[in-house]
Design a protein around this ligand. Structure first.
Ligand code: ADP
Length: 339
């Protein structure tokens, strides 16, 4: 994506006491992009977002926000003032910012319409549902049309359908306002669906970054592959001896040192024609394809096929260039494999 960098971090390290919650973080965020900060619990996601928000100050490194760019943040769980009506919650930051009364009224009205909460403006937060509170919280964050919107898993406690609706609305408003979005998520599907760039954190470091499709299909690290993996089995252990190994009943050549490796075969890397025998356990629709789970010589396998298999067994093939090898440190091995 073209555009200038709106956020830039250089070798940022942040410690809580002796613990380096962020270690040597460098990243850039392009204007109008949607970036996801992803990673397991405790990896430093919230800390990183708070550094970007200017709420935490790193001990070393630099951070730069492009000149004149405004930032707003949506925190975990809607943080509304309980004794203040919805309209005043939304307007809260505007009174001190020097806006005139009728300007404020217009901004609140406009924003409420965007988030479909015009009918709630005179209510108090305690009378709202969880989803309505979140809408008010979003309205509060975007009422000044910030250039950069930061979100820290704001909808984690909502049910999936409502969460999806709110994420879609945020994306719509992001496009309309031309905002840059940076969101923390531990949910790989949110990251896959929304982000154009993912920064994947592990123990306070960015271990891999890039387009979500790249991290899913062509990762450098097994850690990324597993984080962005499906919940269905797609990793296998192989033992290489004299440049040969067996995977799912087939023998391969590969010019790599002897040892144990992990192989990743995404379900979509299988094809319906081949000689690998699979006994089917279950079959379900997955978008416009069929997800088959079963076994091959004692190994669990998951395949995404274009056609519904007939019977309880089938023979499949695998696209060799989509079989990914990782060494014992979880690093990608780029050597080609041959049948
Ligand atoms: P995440 O958002 O990925 O779950 P956090 O950024 O919240 O991770 O935390 C990163 C690490 O820093 C964790 O080990 C956490 O326990 C620690 N940590 C977070 N906040 C504080 C704090 N205020 N004081 C001390 N340690 C903290």
């Amino acid at each position: 994506m073209a555009g200038m960098d709106v956020i830039e971090l250089q070798q940022v390290t942040l410690k809580y006491g002796n613990l380096a919650a962020l270690h040597n973080i460098s990243l850039t965020v392009k204007e109008k992009s949607c970036c996801a900060i992803a990673g397991p619990s405790g990896s430093g996601k919230t800390t990183l977002l708070r550094v970007i928000a200017g709420l935490l100050h790193p001990q070393s490194g630099n951070m730069h926000i492009a000149d004149g760019k405004t930032i707003a943040m949506i925190f975990q769980g809607a943080a509304l003032f309980p004794h203040t009506r919805v309209k005043d919650n939304i307007a809260y930051g505007l009174y001190n910012a020097g806006y005139k009364k009728d300007e404020i009224a217009e901004m609140v009205k406009h924003t409420a319409e965007k988030l479909h909460i015009s009918h709630l403006l005179n209510r108090y937060p305690s009378t709202l549902s969880g989803g309505e509170k979140q809408r008010v919280d979003i309205a509060r964050a975007i009422v000044r049309k910030p250039d950069i919107l930061l979100m820290d898993e704001p909808f984690a406690s909502l049910d999936p359908a409502l969460r999806n609706t709110l994420l879609e609305e945020i994306m719509r408003i992001k496009e309309e306002y031309g905002m840059t979005l940076v969101m923390v998520t531990h949910d790989q599907s949110d990251a896959m669906r929304m982000a154009d760039t993912v920064f994947l954190l592990h123990d306070g470091e960015i271990v891999e970054s890039g387009a979500p499709g790249k991290l899913f299909d062509d990762p450098e690290l097994l850690f990324s592959a597993s984080f962005f993996g499906s919940l269905i089995p797609d990793e296998y252990q192989i033992h290489v001896k004299n440049g040969r190994f067996t995977l799912l009943s087939l023998d391969y050549h590969c010019d790599i040192p002897d040892g144990t490796y992990t192989v990743l075969v995404r379900p979509s890397s299988f094809v319906s024609k081949g000689t690998i025998p699979v006994l089917i356990d279950s079959l379900s629709r997955y978008e416009d394809r069929y997800l088959v789970t079963g076994s091959c010589e004692g190994e669990r396998v998951s395949l995404l096929l274009d056609e519904r298999p007939k019977g309880s067994a089938l023979f499949v093939g695998v696209l060799e260039e989509k079989v990914l090898l990782f060494d014992q440190n979880g690093k990608r091995v780029r050597e080609k494999i041959f049948l």
